[in-house]
Structures are given as structure tokens and as C-alpha cells.
Write a protein that binds this ligand. Structure first.
Ligand SMILES: [Zn+2]
Length: 101
């Protein structure tokens, strides 16, 4: 039903220092995306396509950031190994006291 809304790196829960949420997203640039069109409803003024599968091709990983506020955690400006640097950063993340498993 609901999608997971937290990111773990080597088991460490990400907590955004700016907004306190826990979900990271990767942002890619220069991507070519194609999508299967399954249905189109509309007229000459407005039309609304419905898609099934989407495929992304190419692209460069630009940054990894907070899903909610856009706080950039690692950026391509600092070097290409974003996920490797993320694992290094995660060593300093502490689990929230209130978390229950
Ligand atoms: Zn945030």
C-alpha cells in the first residue's frame, strides 16, 4: 500500500539535517526517458495520456538529496563516487532514540 519512506545505508537510517525526514532520492541529468502509452483521453484543447512501463536510458547521476526538502547530501561536483561517499557519511549517522523495530 504505502511505499517505504526511509533510506538505510549499510543499515544506518538517514536523517535529513535540514528537515528530519529519512528518505533519499537520486537525481539524474541528461536522461532520455521513454514510456509505453496505453491510453489517451482528450481533445484538441487538452489530452491526458496514461502510461505503463517507463524506461530511462543514459543519464548522469548528479546528486543524492533529501526527497522532501532537497537538501543535497552528496553532489557530483565533489567527485564521481556518490554512493561510495554516501557509505562513508553513513558511518556518522546515529539511529534515532525513538525508533522501535
Ligand atoms: Zn530534508
Amino acid at each position: 500500500m504505502s511505499e517505504p519512506d526511509e533510506t538505510r545505508v549499510n543499515g544506518q537510517l538517514f536523517t535529513c539535517p535540514a528537515c528530519g525526514n529519512h528518505m533519499l532520492e537520486e537525481v539524474m541529468v541528461d536522461v532520455t526517458q521513454s514510456a509505453n502509452i496505453v491510453d489517451v483521453v482528450g481533445d484538441a484543447e487538452a489530452a491526458d495520456p496514461e502510461y505503463s512501463a517507463t524506461v530511462s536510458d543514459g543519464g548522469v547521476l548528479d546528486r543524492i538529496q533529501c526527497l522532501y526538502c532537497g537538501h543535497v547530501v552528496v553532489s557530483d561536483e565533489d567527485g564521481p563516487d556518490l554512493f561510495e561517499r554516501l557509505t562513508v557519511l553513513a558511518k556518522d549517522w546515529t539511529q534515532p532514540v525513538s525508533e522501535e523495530s
